[in-house]
Design a protein around this ligand. Structure first.
Ligand SMILES: [Zn+2]
Ligand SMILES: [Zn+2]
Length: 365
């Protein structure tokens, strides 16, 4: 099990690519992994992570001409690679830089992470209709399982997709046009006789882009399916949220140390957050009858039992897990991980918690 704390940053810079001037607002996520300190409930103090990365960004990247600042051509992937090299020495064992994501605002992104080759992430969008209907189930079973999504007239989504590509690879021309403003269940020959669910769609797009190590298709902002070329090929991600009050205070530390460590999060009166939670599970094969990776209704019921009890609570006072440990993002992610692992077993890959849009905490197998 690995725990990572991630912090979001922004910087604005100029660069020249293929002879043209560009100005970009970049979003950066920096991830640091390490053991959870049982006294502080943290992998790293987010304020230390913030100070280290903000210093590097300020001295070299923000409001700069990147052609001058980094050695290689300033592609987004090379910017991520340079930032990784600059940040790595700032974190010492047992903490270690785990990932650097650099995203052009609303555009492509690049990821450098420990133990794998740098990846370019190309995003695309298409609007399409489909009907959720498993040919392996009877009409009554389809209606019972899929409800209005089984409506014969179909319905539609604004799909968003991401291709995870090795350096130098690009999305094939016309990729998204094949799916845009189509009825996927009727117009795409390879989907005839299939249950046109997000898993099927991710696999089809992966067939069109053999270089992609991963294809992620978002059906809504709260649900995605992956097709992957390493490990289990299918993954589903589902997002939930809860609203709770909390206060950061460790019973193992003195009031002075708590105040210094947690700052305004340690004020005697609680504050609170709308926490976002993302659960990802992987499977080796789709269910042969439904062609889905997991029953989403069952996952939502499992989540309601786990996330529901945190909603509209004062975590430190009302949830036993936090009586003897601080309600840090890491500990909340760990709490959820333990319970989702109990419900989903080894299929569970990760639990990600956003405390605010700028802080993430991930527990992964
Ligand atoms: Zn649908
Ligand atoms: Zn807080």
């Amino acid at each position: 099990m690995k725990i990572t704390t991630l912090k979001r940053f922004e910087f604005a810079a100029a660069r020249r690519l293929a002879g043209q001037w560009h100005g970009d607002n970049f979003v950066v996520w920096v991830g640091v992994a390490g053991p959870l300190d049982p006294r502080t409930g943290m992998v790293i103090n987010v304020s230390d992570l913030k100070a280290a990365a903000a210093t590097r960004l300020d001295e070299k990247y923000d409001h700069r001409l990147l052609d001058v600042q980094i050695a290689e051509a300033p592609t987004t992937l090379n910017i991520a690679r340079a930032l990784w090299a600059d940040l790595r020495p700032d974190f010492r064992a047992p903490q270690a830089l785990a990932s650097v994501d650099v995203q052009e605002q609303e555009g492509p992104a690049a990821r450098v992470e420990a133990g794998s080759a740098p990846t370019g992430i190309v995003v695309g969008e298409f609007s399409a209709a489909h009907r959720t209907h498993a040919p392996g189930l009877s009409a009554a079973e389809n209606r019972a399982r899929y409800g209005i999504c089984n409506n014969p007239a179909g319905h539609g989504h604004n799909y968003r997709a991401a291709l995870y590509l090795p350096e130098g690879a690009a999305a094939p021309a016309g990729l998204w046009a094949e799916f845009d403003h189509r009825n996927l269940s009727a117009d795409i020959a390879e989907l005839q006789g299939r249950n046109v669910v997000t898993e099927t769609l991710a696999e089809l797009i992966a067939r069109r882009v053999p270089e992609a190590g991963r294809v992620r298709v978002w059906e809504t902002s709260a649900f995605f399916a992956d097709y992957r070329r390493a490990g289990d090929p299918y993954a589903l991600g589902r997002r939930y949220h809860f609203s709770a009050a909390h206060r950061l205070n460790s019973p193992a530390l003195s009031p002075e140390v708590n105040a210094r460590l947690f700052g305004k999060c340690n004020r005697a009166d609680p504050h609170g957050h709308t926490y976002q939670v993302e659960v990802v599970l992987t499977v080796a094969a789709l269910d042969p009858q439904t062609e889905t990776a997991h029953d989403l209704d069952a996952l939502d019921r499992c989540a309601a039992d786990i996330v529901g009890p945190l909603d509209h609570r004062y975590l430190d006072a009302e949830v036993a897990f936090f009586h003897d440990r601080p309600s840090t993002g890491e500990n909340i992610a760990l709490y959820l991980w333990e319970r989702f692992a109990g419900g989903l077993g080894p299929a569970l890959e990760s639990v990600r918690v956003w405390e605010t849009p700028n802080n993430q905490f991930v527990v992964q197998r």
